[in-house]
Design a protein around this ligand. Structure first.
Ligand SMILES: CSC[C@H]1O[C@H](OP(=O)(O)O)[C@H](O)[C@@H]1O
Length: 341
């Protein structure tokens, strides 16, 4: 089942957005019927729907929902709040802005554009999988025939998109072609997208995989067992600096130390040429509770607060390649997304 989709009902029944509630995975597959923008904003805020490409589709479909449910005036206010629901992934705002170009033509036009965003995301995942596999074959011609052991962090598969995904979509392609030996998935504290969601996706496809404590990742990489690291992105600056889940910068340093490829996989909609460099990217801090509690049980004293940046920024110089649905950019070789447009 797709992480997000539009469910068209025959008039006068209103249509709605269907979400797979990712906070309930891997144990329960719960479907959410999203019928208002406020419900969608809540789902985005608590990561029931998450992942940059999926957020782009959510922004687009949310704008259509706002116009279905109310006037242009009420929709404008709701869409403005939807666009700001999470700050780091540029895709949410991109998805809203994309369909707002048709806003004056009304609901049908906006919905048509939102469905186009969804279908482009599906095609984009297929193109990234192909381009990512080809880059691995170019960089590791001998090893790919022996079978690759790949590391990843967070979740970048079909749960982070409509189908396929980004980095995990490439890993799935390597598996489909019989060239995957193992996946090392960082558990990704504090919300465990790796241990819960990436492990769930890999188990469903029958792919070999193991999870690791995030802080063990660089030691494992330093021991020589990892052939390449593939990650997603939430916002890529014009110079190639890439924001992604917290912990990504650390494993990029580990990849440099071990001399292995570090590959970012993201659709073109994740590239933000208006942001010159990574230090200008807003990093969402999600507060103390996510860090000090596990399964709702607090493990630190009441007086304890936490720093909880949900993302970090990997400098372009550490990135071997950025694989998009349209091209492969080589930042470590001096090529920048803005240059290659
Ligand atoms: C395919 S991009 C997915 C991207 O989104 C994740 O963040 P979150 O789980 O907070 O939405 C993480 O940064 C992934 O790399």
């Amino acid at each position: 089942m797709r992480a997000i989709d539009w469910v068209s009902e025959s008039a006068p029944n209103p249509s709605w957005i269907r979400l797979l509630d990712q906070t309930r995975l891997p144990n329960d597959e719960i479907v959410l019927e999203i019928r208002t923008v406020d419900q969608l904003i809540d789902a985005i805020s608590r990561l029931a729907v998450r992942g940059a490409p999926a957020l782009g589709v959510a922004g687009a479909m949310g704008a259509a929902l706002a116009l279905q449910n109310g006037s242009a005036e009420t929709a404008t206010e709701e869409i403005a709040r939807l666009r700001e629901a999470r700050p780091t992934a540029v895709n949410l705002a991109w998805g809203v802005d994309r369909v707002m170009r048709s806003f004056d033509q009304g609901f049908d036009a906006v919905l048509t554009e939102a469905i186009a965003v969804r279908d482009e995301d599906i095609l984009g995942s297929q193109r990234m999988a192909e381009k990512g596999y080809n880059l691995l074959a170019e960089l590791l011609p001998e090893k790919i025939n022996e079978g690759l052991t790949l590391m990843t962090i967070c979740n970048t598969g079909s749960l982070a998109a409509v189908e396929g995904g980004t980095a995990l979509g490439v890993i799935a392609e390597v598996f489909r072609r019989g060239d995957l030996t193992n996946v090392i998935a960082c558990e990704t504290r504090p919300l465990f997208q790796g241990a819960r969601l990436t492990a769930w996706e890999l188990a469903k496809m029958g792919a070999p995989h193991q999870t690791v404590v995030d802080s063990a990742a660089n030691f494992i990489t330093s021991q020589g067992g990892i052939d390449a690291i593939l990650v997603g992105a939430d916002r890529i600056a014009a110079n190639g600096d890439s924001a992604n889940k917290i912990g990504t910068f650390s494993i990029a340093l580990g990849a440099q130390y071990a001399g292995i490829p570090f590959i970012v996989v993201a659709p073109e909609s994740t590239i933000d040429v208006e942001t010159a460099s990574g230090d200008l990217i807003t990093i969402e801090d999600r507060g103390t509770d996510e860090v000090v509690t596990i399964n709702g049980k607090r493990m630190s004293p009441a007086e304890t607060t936490s720093l909880n940046p949900a993302f970090d920024v990997t400098p372009a110089a550490l990135i071997t390649g950025i694989v998009t649905d349209a091209r492969v950019i080589r930042p470590a070789l001096g090529q920048q997304p803005a240059d290659a447009l």
